[in-house]
Each structure stands twice: as C-alpha cells, then as structure tokens.
Design a protein around this ligand. Structure first.
Ligand code: BJW
Length: 230
C-alpha cells in the first residue's frame, strides 16, 4: 500500500491551453495581481475582477484534459494505496480526466461565493456584481477563489495527508506561492520521498529528493507508468 499526495499547479494545464501565471506572457504579465487577485482589488473594482474571471471561466469550460491529467486519473484507479491530488488550479481538468480525490486549495472557477453569508453555488458562465445570492438574496457575489491574503481551503485535511504520505509529487508549479510552496518541506519532515516534475527547476527545486524536467504531458505519464510497475 502506497500513500501518494500530488500537488499540481498551472503548468499541468498549460498544454490544455490554459495560461500559467509567472511564465513569460503569463497572466501576471497581462494583469496586476493587486487589481484582480486580492480582496482589496475586488472591493475597488468588482466589474474588472468579474470580467477577468468570466473570461477565464469561459476558457476553462472549453479546455480538455491532457495526457498528464489522464495519467494521474489512471494512477488513482490502479494504485494499490491512496492518492490525493491537491491542486492550486481553479480549472476542473483533473475531474474531467476522471480523478475523484481532488482538493481545490485555491477554489474553483465554476463556483460562486456570497461575500455576505458565505453561501456557495454553481457559478453561471458569466457572473455580475448584481447577481443575487440564492440563500440570502444579497447582491454580493464573488468568484469562489482564494486571493492573496486569504486562507487557502482544506488546510487541515492537506496537513493530515502530507503527514501520512509515502510519496509527495509536485507537478507544474513555480514554488513561488505559500503555503503550497512549503508542502515539500512538510512531506519531507514526515519521511516522504519527494519528487518534482516541472518544465524547469522551480524556486524550491533543491528541496526535492528527485527532479525530472520536461512538459507535463510527457514526463507525468512516464512517472505514472513507473509507479504502477513498482
Ligand atoms: C510547466 C509547463 C508544462 C509551464 N509542463 N510544467 C512573503 C513570504 C512568504 C509568503 C508571503 C509573503 N507575503 C505574502 C505571503 C503569502 C502569500 C504568498 O505566497 N505570496 C508570495 C507571492 C510571496 N500567500 C497567500 O496570501 C496565500 N494565503 C496565505 O498564505 O494565507 C495565510 C495562511 C496560510 C495557511 C494557513 C493559515 C494562514 C493565498 C495564496 C492565493 C494564491 N492565489 C492565486 C490566484 C487565485 C487563483 C486563480 O486566479 O487562478 O493562485 S495566485 C496564483 O499563483 C494562483 C496559483 O494557484 C498560484 C501558484 O501558481 P502556479 O500554479 O505555481 O503557477 P506559476 O505560473 O507560478 O508556475 C507555473 C509552473 O509551471 C512554472 O514553474 C513553469 O515552469 C511550469 N510549466 N508549462 C510542466 N507544459
């Protein structure tokens, strides 16, 4: 029985056509973080933030999982043990590929959150600041996304999973954003074998016991095949 925890970031969805944040020409080269990914930015200009997420929701709805998402779903089905995907991604490509055990620590594009009563519901393709909350009726809808300065979701479950992991794998993430950037240290502390699968060395590459570099659609299926052959 092997316990595997996999952290994924924007790089795993890049080959599905969804832009990353910090690569050349990425989302943060086109938009100011302070404007679109902080609660203060949303309070200043909710229309701008809704336009940003409406465009990304539309793009994500059309995207298809690539070979890396598909390989991870197959690993979950065939592994003799437990596999948990902790994703920083707000798209649903892991679920579209068939993965079942997925935690979205930075929220989900297809969910809406009421800033007044915390009720959550399925987001329409285009959200507007005048949409009413189905529970309390207030007009304070926001995308169910974790912005800078907010606490990521499911942190207790993630800490528990990291403490039980035999293997921790980080795929397609720059290691620039906390607390996810620290998961490798937590998993290592509890004795997990740590692996980075990324296009290039991330900011935290030296903290991993093993690193493999290349496009996720190529290196993830190879790693999965090796894991299933063990
Ligand atoms: C490929 C590839 C291919 C490309 N194949 N690979 C000072 C020091 C330390 C921390 C802080 C600090 N000041 C503030 C903080 C905290 C802050 C933080 O980390 N800031 C840093 C920028 C310094 N963090 C927070 O505020 C978080 N909350 C928090 O810490 O609360 C406190 C708390 C925590 C825990 C318990 C109790 C209290 C919240 C962070 C929210 C992040 N939100 C965003 C936007 C929302 C989601 C959205 O709109 O989509 O989440 S920011 C953005 O970055 C997004 C991502 O999920 C996240 C990570 O980015 P990711 O996925 O790594 O993408 P990239 O673009 O950075 O990297 C892509 C990688 O893929 C690259 O390496 C490429 O090479 C690779 N790649 N193509 C394989 N084909």
């Amino acid at each position: 029985m092997t316990n595997i925890v996999i952290l994924t970031g924007a790089g795993i969805s890049a080959e599905s056509g969804l832009g990353t944040f910090r690569d050349e020409g990425g989302l943060w080269a086109q938009h100011r973080i302070e404007d679109v990914a902080t609660p203060e930015g949303f309070a200043r200009d909710p229309d701008l933030v809704h336009r940003f997420y409406n465009a990304r929701r539309d793009q994500a709805a059309k995207a298809k999982p690539n070979a890396a998402h598909v390989a991870l779903a197959e690993l979950e089905r065939r592994l003799d043990g437990d596999l948990l995907i902790v994703t920083q991604n707000v798209d649903s490509l892991h679920e579209k590929a068939g993965s079942q055990a997925v935690l979205h620590m930075h929220g989900q594009l297809n969910r809406a959150l009421c800033a007044t009563c915390d009720h959550r519901w399925d987001a329409p393709l285009a959200m507007h600041k005048s949409d009413s909350c189905p529970a309390c009726g207030q007009q304070a809808p926001r995308p169910d996304i974790v912005w800078f300065g907010e606490i990521p979701y499911q942190m207790e479950k993630i800490a528990e999973a990291l403490s039980q992991a035999d293997v921790f794998v980080s795929i397609g993430t720059s290691g620039e954003v906390y607390p996810a950037a620290n998961f490798v240290a937590e998993a290592d502390h509890f004795g997990a074998h740590t692996v980075e699968l990324n296009l290039e060395p991330s900011a935290g590459a030296s903290r991993f016991a093993e690193c493999r570099f290349g496009p996720a659609s190529e290196i993830v299926p190879i790693w999965v095949a090796e894991e299933l052959a063990r």
